[in-house]
Write a protein that binds this ligand. Sequence first.
Ligand code: 6R9
Length: 714
Amino acid sequence: KSSSKLSHNFTNNNEIHTSAARTSALLSTSIGFQLNPINITSYRLASTNSTWNESSLPDKIKSLDEYKALYDLSINDPERFWKMAAEHLDWYRFPTKIKNTEFDYRTDRGVDIKWYEDGILNVCYNCLDRHIDHDSSASKQVAVVFEPDTPTETRHHVTYGELLRDVKKFANVLKKHGVKKGDRVTVYMPMVVDACVALLACARIGAIHSVVFGGFSASNVAERISDCDSTVVITSDFGLRGGKCSPLKSKIDQALKMKQCSNVRTVLVFERNYGNNADVKDACSDQRGTLEWKEGRDFWAHKEMETVNENCPPEKMNAEDPLFILYTSGSTGKPKGIVHTTGGYLTYTSLTFKYIFDYNPGDVYMCTADIGWITGHSYIIYGPLSNRATTVVFEGVPTYPDVSRFWNVVDKHQVNIFYTAPTAIRSLMAHDDKYVTKTSRQSLRILGSVGEPINSEAWKWYHSVVGDGRCPIIDTWWQTETGGVMITPIANAWELEPSSATLPFFGIKTQLFDKSTKKPLTPPNTGELCIQDSWPGQARSLYRNHERFVDVYFKQYPGYYFTGDGCEIKKNGYHCITGRVDDVLVISGHNIGTAEVEAALNEHAGVSESAVVGYPDKKKNQGMYCFVVLKDDTKESEELRKDLIKSVRNTIGAHVNPDVIHFTPDLPKTRSGKIMRRILRKIVEPDTSNLGDISTLTDPSIVKELIKKSPRTK
Ligand code: 6R9
C-alpha cells in the first residue's frame, strides 16, 4: 500500500471517532456497522481549523479528519483543490485557468461551465499510453478481464499493451473511414472488450462517442443516431446475454432504413465469435451467416484492422472539447443528450474512483453496469483505466446460468472491489442464501451500490451475507449529468449507516430546499437536493440544446444545479437520498414519498421488491397503489395483504394506508434496472390507451399482465 503524504496541519476541534472505534465497527461480526456516536453536524457549516498545507493531494483518504481538511479546502479554494487533482493526469499543456463557471441563468453570461479551459490533453493517452510511458512493465499488466456470458467460454485477458495496440489500430480504421475530431460516432455494442476499444479509439482521435445501450429498439437507436447526427456506427454482429442471442447488427440495419438515419455512411461491425471453444455452440450459432450486408457501408472491424498500421498519435484535445454524448433514459419526452467534456470529466472520474474505492495497485475491480450507461463509462472504463486498474468486463447477467453467477465470477477472478445495483441485490436476495454462501468471496474487500436507493434490508443482506460482514458498503449517489460520484462514503474512512450515501465528495456542496416555498432548509431536514457550485465532472449542456439544459437543471432554484432527487440530511451530516421528487404522493394533506413506502414494504420478510404509485382520488386527493413482488418461497394471501398494510402503517405512520396491494411476479423495468413508474401510473390511473414507448423495458409483456390483474382497470 502506498503511504499517504499526510503531514498536514489541522486541529481537530470536533469529537472525531477514533480509528479503533471505526475498526471495531468494521470488524464486528454481526452487521458490522454502528450508528455514528459522534456529532459531525458541523462538518461543512462550522469553521474548523483544519487546513491543508501540502502542495499535492494524498494517495488515500484515511479518516474523517483528512476528509474534513480536504473538503473544506475543496469548498473554500476550489481552484487550488482542483489544480492538485488535475496533476494526477498527464497534460500536453497544464491548465493555467482552473475554474470558470456560472450557475445563475439570470446573469448576462447565463449558465456556462468551463474547467481547465486552456489545458490540453488526451483521454485515451491518459488511460493507456501514459502507464506504459511511465513504467514499461505496465504493458504486461492486465487492463481488462473479460468474463463472457457463458462461463465455459475461454477468453484471454487483455493487457495494457494489447489494448493500446488494438485501440491504435481501430482508431486508424475510424480515420480511414473519414472520422475526424469532433465527429459523432454512435456505438451499439454488447459488453465485450471491443466496446472498450471502440470508445477509447474515439477518444484517441477526438471523435465524440454516443453509446446507445444494446437493449434499445431499432427506433430508439435511430432517434439517438439522428439527434446527434452520427455518420458512423460501431456495432457487433451479435451479443450474448443470459444465454440469449441479441442480433445487434440487424437492429442497426432496421434503424438505418429509417429516413432520419440517411446520413450514416459507414457501419463497422465487430465479430462476437465464440472464443477458443470452437466445439461449444452458443445461442447465436444458428444465426451466424444470416447477416444482411450492405456493400460499401458495412465493414468487419477485424478485417479493417488488418489493413491499417499500428501508429496513431493521440489527438491533442482542449479540456473543454466534448468527449461523449450519452442519452438519459428519458421517462418522459425526448431523450436528453448529456454532453461531457474532456479535462474536467477525466479529472473527476479518475479522482473519485481512486479515493472512493480505495483502489490499490494489483486489485481486481468489477462493475456490473453496462457501458450503455454512465456507470459503465465512468467506472468500467475511464475511472479505472486512468488509474491503471484491472477492470472486469462482464457480459452476462446475475442469474445465468444460476443465481451464484456474480459470486462465482468474484472467486474466479479474485475480485477485490465489486460494484453493482440494488435491483440486482434485491433479485438475488429473494433466493436462498446458500447460493451466496457456497462461494468463497474471500477476495472481496469493498462492495459498492449505485443506481437507486438501497433499502436497509438489501443493504444489510449485501453487507452480512455477500460481504460476510467485513466489507464496507459504498452507496454512491450520482447521475448521468454529474459525470461521477457525488455523495458517497470513502472506503474505510468513516462509519456507515444502512441506506445512507453519507457525505458529499470533495467540491460538492449540497443544499436542501423546500419544495413548496422554494426556501433553503438547514439540516437536519428533508427537501429537494441541489448543488451549490460547479464540479469538474458535470455535464456542460444537452447536445445542441443548451436552453433545455438550463430549463431542466437551473431554473427551479436560481444559482443552483437541481438534481431532481429528494434527500434527508441527518443530524450527523449524513445524506439519505429519498428518491425522485416527482414521486411524492399527497394523500389527505400528507406528503408521502413513494420510496419511503417501498422501503417499508421491502422490509417485510416475504417481499422481494415493490413499486408504489398514486392515482387520482376525489376524497383523499390521491390513493396509494402498491405493486409487490414476493420472494420465491412466499405465497400471496389475504392475510399477507393485511400484514403488509399494517407494516407500512407501523413503519411510517398510521396516516399511510396503502389502498391497493397488487401482487405481481415482476415489475416493468428499464434495461438499467429502474422501475418505469410512468407506466405504473398510467395503469392505475387508469389510462392504458396511450402507454407511450415501452420498448425500452426488459420485458414489455409484463405490462399486459399488470393491466389484466389491476382492480383499477376492471
Ligand atoms: C449513476 C446513475 C440517476 C438517478 C438519480 C437517483 C438514482 C442513483 C443512487 C440513486 C439513491 C443512490 N440514484 N444512485 N438513488 N441512491 N446511490 O444511476 O445515473 O442512470 O442518470 O440515474 O438514479 O434518483 O437521480 P442515472
